[in-house]
Design a protein around this ligand. Structure first.
Ligand SMILES: NC(=O)c1ccc[n+]([C@@H]2O[C@H](COP(=O)([O-])OP(=O)(O)OC[C@H]3O[C@@H](n4cnc5c(N)ncnc54)[C@H](O)[C@@H]3O)[C@@H](O)[C@H]2O)c1
Ligand SMILES: N[C@@H](CCO)C(=O)O
Ligand code: NA
Length: 449
């Protein structure tokens, strides 16, 4: 009789259940199957895939998925696993299945940011009560290690700001609009066919997906419960081909950014409240800024912390294989804990900072106005800005039909210094009311300068 060659051969195998066999689920099954020996050595026990929950067992699938493992009984499956990996997405039945898994003593791994941003505290509490792990690296920025760095590596520091591109679909769409002149709909279709988009891509284009990720990152960075409803959110549906072209002409690139930062609001009596601000919106980023160079479905996240200074995380933010990499990293971590004892981090929300209103955010702005092309117009517009203490950084004026027919209408592009959203809104209203202004074509924030 030969001696066992490694501890993985003598320890009982850990039973792994996968819920959902779509873009990510299929790639997770592939890695669990093809990397089985390496994973066993890294964990110290074999990972035995005991079932894959699907809606319909008869649908044709990638041959890497053993048909004998398919089941439509997700509830039954979670009861017989040590590790449950949820990749079906959506709020329900994902939430109840994860809670059931936890109740039965399983550690859980999920890529479901929508669920975490809505019901994270419920899942954390259940996992804590059961003494199991809740891991979710794939839920934010796909393959990029960002949850673990913020949750663990920076746990000794004081994070000031997290800023980045966290939605691959919208970055892909904006990139294709800028480089190929595609319209939004065409570019979204491409993102869907490449496996980047959510089951309903509205979640991507309307900014809900990025907002959920911003909420998760803000919760971890600021030790405060932040839910999707706390995030000021704007998607990319109002970004036009014209905006994209003007951005390029003025030295910028349009990106959908997620920003979570410390800030304060001042009350009328002069007292201030410290808190955090979390927002997702399209913004102009200077063409030379590292975020401007983030192409296709790639993501990038900057973290500014007091002692660490600036950190940058970059990589593939969407797609089956990259996301599966992050999922497997979590599976190995939670499986190791089951072999060696111990647990990963629990919820940290002790700071309980207030979430400040969006109107308190301070940024620079670029506004594009169609104005009458005659003397004195700029002076009138400038007076409105000055009256509201919004200071001008630069002005550019071009005939509207630049390169084509010259009309009596000019385009005025004004970039401001930092102003509050509140001051900006009142400025735009006053500018719109000027006789010489035909229309305010667009107002975009400028970030990263
Ligand atoms: N695709 C990506 O790039 C990516 C990246 C990071 C995170 N995620 C997240 O990963 C999860 C899965 O995403 P995806 O892109 O693989 O989606 P998908 O739509 O390709 O796959 C989900 C699968 O789950 C199945 N499913 C849904 N409800 C089910 C149920 N009740 N029982 C059994 N099966 C069910 C669906 O039929 C589908 O096959 C989502 O939470 C998503 O937000 C996806
Ligand atoms: N739909 C998401 C998947 C990654 O979470 C995106 O495009 O970024
Ligand atoms: Na990640």
């Amino acid at each position: 009789m030969s001696a066992p060659s490694s501890p993985a051969d003598v320890r009982p195998a850990l039973r792994v259940a996968v819920l959902g066999c779509g873009v990510v689920g299929t790639e997770v099954v592939r890695l669990l199957t093809t990397q089985a020996d390496d994973l066993a050595s890294r964990v110290g026990a074999r990972l035995e895939l005991v079932g894959v929950a699907v809606r319909d067992v008869d649908v044709p699938r990638d041959p890497v998925v053993d048909r004998a493992l398919l089941t439509a009984d997700a509830e039954g499956l979670v009861e017989k696993a040590d590790v449950v990996v949820e990749l079906m997405g959506g709020l329900q039945p994902a939430k109840d299945l994860l809670l059931r898994a936890i109740e039965h003593g399983a550690s859980v791994v999920t890529a479901n940011k929508a669920l975490l941003a809505q019901d994270g505290p419920v899942l954390y509490a259940a996992a804590d009560a059961a003494g199991v792990d809740l891991y979710f690296e794939a839920a934010v920025a796909g393959a990029i290690p960002i949850v673990r760095p913020v949750r663990e590596s920076l746990a000794g520091d004081h994070v000031r700001r997290v800023l980045g591109i966290v939605n691959g679909t919208t970055n892909y769409v904006l990139d294709r609009m800028a480089t190929e002149g595609l319209d939004l709909e065409q570019a979204v279709k491409e993102a869907q066919s490449l496996g980047y988009a959510e089951a309903d891509p509205t979640a991507d284009v309307e900014g809900y997906d990025a907002a959920a990720k911003a909420a998760i990152l803000a919760s971890l960075a600021f030790h405060t419960r932040v839910s999707l409803d706390d995030v000021a959110r704007e998607g990319i549906t109002s970004v036009t081909a014209d905006d994209v072209a003007w951005a390029e002409r003025t030295g910028y690139v349009i990106k959908l950014l997620a920003i979570a930062e410390r800030g304060e609001t001042a009350a009328e009596d002069g007292s201030t409240t410290a808190g955090i601000q979390v927002r997702v919106h399209p913004a102009l980023v200077p063409a030379g800024h590292p975020l401007a160079g983030v192409r296709g479905a790639f993501n990038a996240v900057f973290v500014e912390a007091e002692a660490a200074g600036e950190l940058m995380f970059y990589g593939r933010g969407a797609g089956g294989q990259p996301t599966a990499s992050a999922v497997l990293g979590d599976v190995v971590s939670v499986a190791r804990h089951r072999v060696l004892g111990g647990r990963g981090p629990v919820e940290s929300s002790y700071a309980a900072l207030p979430v400040l209103p969006a109107s308190a955010a301070r940024t620079r702005y670029q506004m594009r106005l169609e104005v009458a092309d005659r003397p004195g117009v700029l002076a009138q517009v400038a007076a409105v800005l000055a009256g509201r203490e919004v200071s001008i950084e630069s002005v550019r004026q071009t005939p509207k039909g630049e390169g084509r027919v010259v009309t009596d209408v000019a385009m005025l592009v004004i970039t401001t210094h930092t102003a509050t959203e509140h001051a900006l809104r009142s400025t735009v209203e006053a500018i719109e009311a000027l006789d010489v202004v035909r229309r305010v074509v667009s107002v975009l924030r400028v970030e990263g300068a």
